[in-house]
Design a protein around this ligand. Structure first.
Ligand code: ADP
Ligand code: MG
Length: 363
């Protein structure tokens, strides 16, 4: 629970930074017909959702906003790994029943699992949503360590190795016709945390384009920027958090913001070692696990991805967080319409060849 609170407060800080930046950069609406409205939501996706939209009136904004929240709630329930909702065949249900028999699941979940399996089949195996067995162990030790910091422990490596024998995506059997999922390994479970928010963002974006002339959606820092803001500016300004910033560095004149990314009709997604972590013997152990070492990856402090698809950006931000900079750069350069920015363990910043179009400090 503590972890949830600190995670939320961090996300709230990020959302606030994004909003403050926006306010500083675009103080007044130049287009008198449209007004900017801002809303926050903390009860969905265990994260802070912030939304900015331009609309002709508050009523028009509310008419657009209410269905957005309904849609996000629907995705939240379907993707929830910890709670049941009546007889909904959500992720929680799947992880408990799919090894006994094929489970018919909602299209929303089926499509996400299929897409992740297609990435796996294409050889992109660093982000593996079939790694639930390993990730659950880390989750339990992290929760226990946050609840009782003096007794925080690392999971025993033999437990992690045993669990890693049950993470083969080939054991997730999908039936396209009947929309069922079946686990041929009874100890396998799915953890879709690496892609769920991006997937949900992509699912609501087409609706938002129809509902409002301009919007910015942030699902816990997973940002999608719609048409340019209706105030004469050509882009939304999205702050990328400095992964090394803390209260002390900020107090002595540092800033929470590493860089600002100027975008429209694009998504900006960051994976960082500061989102979710716990401390063991003075060392930070975060939530993105290298499937080879079974330990939190030490390759990066953060990775930010800019592209059109939020699901792809979410998937890639986790992937690039685990890959070396060289391997990650080669991957990004091989993909059309994808740019990335890395913060390495020494604090230095690297970027893909086209990132300078978006990030203010990249030349
Ligand atoms: P966040 O959820 O904080 O935005 P990410 O998108 O990088 O960050 O996703 C991290 C989550 O993904 C973890 O909390 C865990 O549930 C899951 N995860 C961690 N490592 C992996 C991995 N190698 N493959 C697939 N999922 C992972
Ligand atoms: Mg991700």
């Amino acid at each position: 629970m503590n972890q949830r609170i600190s995670f939320r407060s961090l996300l709230a800080l990020c959302a606030a930074v994004i909003c403050v930046l926006y306010g500083v950069c675009f103080p007044a609406s130049a287009e008198a017909n449209y007004t900017k409205f801002t809303r926050r939501e903390t009860s969905i996706f265990d994260t802070e959702i912030s939304f900015i939209g331009f609309a002709s009136s508050e009523e028009a904004f509310e008419r657009a906003y209410a269905p957005l929240i309904e849609m996000l709630e629907k995705y939240d329930h379907i993707f929830d790994a910890y709670n049941a909702y009546g007889d909904l065949h959500n992720l929680y249900y799947v992880n408990r029943h799919a090894a006994q028999e094929p489970v018919e699941i909602p299209d929303e979940l089926f499509d996400l699992i299929s897409w992740c399996k297609a990435q796996w089949n294409a050889g992109m195996r660093t982000t593996n949503i079939a790694m639930g067995a390993v990730l659950t162990i880390w989750h339990e030790y992290r929760e226990a360590g946050l609840a009782d910091p003096n007794n925080a422990k690392l999971p025993p490596m033999e437990d992690l190795i045993a669990a890693s024998g049950h993470t083969n995506f080939d054991d997730v059997i999908l039936d396209d016709e009947n929309k069922t999922v079946y686990f041929s390994d009874p100890l396998l479970t799915l953890d879709i945390g690496a892609v769920a928010k991006g997937w949900a963002a992509d699912a609501v974006v087409p609706y938002l384009y129809e509902a409002l002339p301009s919007f910015l959606l942030s699902l816990g820092g997973n940002v999608y920027a719609g048409n340019a803001p209706m105030d004469g500016r050509t882009n939304w300004a999205v702050g990328v958090q400095d992964p090394q910033a803390n209260a002390l560095t900020v107090a002595v004149g540092g800033t929470e913001i590493l860089d600002v990314v100027d975008v429209h009709d694009l998504t900006v997604v960051t994976s960082g070692d500061y989102w979710r972590y716990y401390m063991v013997d003075g060392e930070r152990y975060h939530h993105i696990i290298d499937p080879d070492t079974l330990m939190p990856s030490r390759q990066m402090l953060s990775v930010t991805v800019v592209c059109e698809s939020s699901a792809l950006a979410d998937f890639l931000s986790t992937t690039l967080f685990v890959l070396s900079y060289e391997d990650g750069l080669a991957l990004v350069e091989s993909l059309n319409g994808v740019e990335a920015m890395w913060v390495l363990p020494d604090g230095s910043v690297q970027a893909s060849s086209g990132m300078s179009r978006f990030a203010r400090k990249i030349n």
